[in-house]
Design a binder for this molecule. Structure first.
Ligand code: UD1
Length: 345
């Protein structure tokens, strides 16, 4: 069964690779384009070990229009695109804003031009709960106000969402689903693919698992004086495989014209807020492994608390986050242990 050819930009990255597997298992053929700026080509082996199918792979930068045209001429009949390719480190974006605007905006604009030229039916865009800033109320619905972005990274997500709306309202002949992710964590249950950041991790879970295995001495908890029950920040930690599955549903929705609206936006979260301290406790409970940690000062730019109202995605997409936090923590730990077995780190 081949349900159609899907282009996954950034498909060797963390969320991208998990989504490629789910697409393949649902019967789609996948071509990945990735410049490998923050991922490794070995991810293709991991994907193939899980699904039994090696995705097509083009090493190219999505901002390179000549390379992208060549890709579309080679892989004829691309039905849909999922656009993961983007720079995503908040701190780096503050230091190198032009890099972020150029990469994230030009990638999207190139894809939108190519879609019209090559008759692609729809694009799924990776957005983030960062567009809500510090929300006035939790859980956050899709109609919550968009706050001024606190980083160039966050601003690129807001601007990209606006570009998609403007282009589609101008009459572009395709559909779009914008997915606002909360905090994706965990790894594929096979431990064949997972999150592998370059250098010292900025995000909580990779830092936590690297501490648990002894690569880092101690996890710093950034602040315990927030206005939350235990004083640490609260997030909505969503299992990466659950998240990946939502993309397959979104693709199906676009390709089968299931919605009347040409652009739709969904929150992807569990609906449950967990504090940083609660997450550490959940990891320790699920794995039996202790995580040395200490409380330090707040990290500049952090949001105090944010979690999703996922009812719209639950009811309209027919998607729901299903994994327990314990299973998700065990998957993150199994992946870290696999990296150790392989001598990666
Ligand atoms: C941030 C971005 C989000 C982006 C994501 C991916 C904002 C507001 N959020 O999410 O849009 O998609 O990164 O890069 O721009 N923490 C520690 N110790 C650590 C690391 C983190 O205590 O060593 C805490 C943080 O203070 C935070 C929580 O853990 O409260 C989650 O942090 P992190 O994993 O970095 O994600 P966000 O900042 O929520």
């Amino acid at each position: 069964m081949n349900k159609g050819l899907i282009l996954v930009t950034g498909g060797t990255g963390y969320i991208g690779s998990h989504t490629v597997v789910e697409l393949q298992q649902a019967g789609y053929e996948v071509v990945i384009v990735d410049n490998l700026s923050n991922s490794n080509v070995d991810v293709l082996d991991g994907i193939e070990r899980i699904s039994g199918i090696r995705p097509h792979f083009v090493e190219a930068d999505c901002t390179d229009m000549t390379a992208m045209k060549k890709l579309f001429d080679t892989y004829k009949g691309i039905a849909g695109i999922i656009n993961f390719a983007a720079s995503k480190a908040v701190g780096e974006s503050i230091e190198r804003p032009v890099l972020y605007y150029r990469n994230n905006l030009n990638t999207l604009m190139n894809l939108l031009d190519l879609m019209a030229e090559y008759d692609v039916k729809g694009i799924v865009f990776s957005s983030s709960c960062t567009v809500y800033g510090e929300p006035d109320e939790n859980p956050v619905t899709e109609s919550a106000p968009i706050k001024k972005a606190t980083s160039p990274y966050g601003n690129t997500k807001q601007i990209c969402e606006e570009i998609i709306h403007d282009v589609i309202h101008s009459g572009a002949p395709y559909k779009s689903v914008i997915l606002r992710y909360f905090n994706p964590v965990g790894a594929h249950p096979s431990a064949e693919i997972g999150e592998l950041p370059n250098g010292v991790p900025q995000n909580l879970i990779p830092y936590l698992t690297q501490t648990a295995i002894g690569i880092r001495k101690e996890l710093s908890v950034f602040g315990d004086d927030y206005d939350t029950p235990d004083g640490s920040c609260i997030r909505d930690f969503i299992n990466v495989v659950d998240l990946a599955k939502a993309h397959v549903i979104a693709v199906e929705r676009m390709l089968q014209n299931k919605s009347e609206a040409n652009v739709e936006t969904f929150n992807l979260g569990t609906g449950v807020g967990l504090s940083v301290k609660e997450l550490i406790a959940a990891f320790e409970r699920a794995t039996g492994v202790k995580v040395p940690h200490k409380i330090v000062g707040r990290r500049a730019g952090d949001i105090e608390k944010v979690w999703a109202e996922p009812a719209y995605a639950n009811n309209v997409l027919g998607w729901k986050a299903e994994s327990t936090i314990e299973d998700t923590m065990r998957s993150a730990w199994a992946w870290q242990c696999r990296l150790r077995e392989r001598g990666v780190m």
